[in-house]
Design a protein around this ligand. Structure first.
Ligand code: FES
Length: 150
């Protein structure tokens, strides 16, 4: 199997995982091999699927940082955050939903517009050119919090 046999670019900015790489664990953390570094545009995002969950994965090259969040915007339930614009507000990295420009912290998931809604965030690590997302939280999503609308 070559490196690309399990992951191709789909429509828009989606990456579709055909066959699951085995999950890896370090300590109590479970890591999902999402894609390769070069699959994600500089200062941009892609959507990767982990089981039924869409995850927005961002390579914030200006800050030399990676972030992952749920792809669904809690405002109108659009699967859109991976196509949002990323930037910084002070020290805080943020993403703006492309639909109505609600802004969320990429670190905490809090809505930076003062709304009560928030998004799930996931830890990211890069090893040997592969991008891994910590998927521990996906088993424990607090639906009440996650589905609050702005
Ligand atoms: S759907 Fe994202 S801000 Fe409205």
């Amino acid at each position: 199997m070559n490196d690309y046999s399990w992951c191709i670019a789909g429509p828009d900015n989606y990456l579709i995982n055909f066959c699951m790489q085995p999950l890896t664990t370090t300590g109590t953390n479970t890591w999902f091999a999402a894609c390769r570094v070069e699959d994600v545009p500089a200062n941009g995002g892609v959507c990767v699927k982990f089981m039924d969950e869409q995850i927005a994965l961002f390579h914030f090259t200006r800050r030399n940082e990676w972030y992952a969040t749920q792809n669904e915007c809690p405002h109108r339930k659009q699967m859109a955050l991976s196509r949002g614009m990323i930037g910084s507000q002070g020290d805080e990295p943020k993403v703006a939903c492309p639909f109505h420009k609600k802004v969320f912290s990429l670190k905490t998931g809090e809505c930076m517009d003062g709304d009560v809604c928030s998004i799930a965030t996931y830890e990211v690590k890069v090893e040997e050119g592969m991008v891994y997302i910590n998927v521990d939280k996906l088993a424990n999503i607090e639906q009440g919090t996650r589905n609050l609308q702005c």
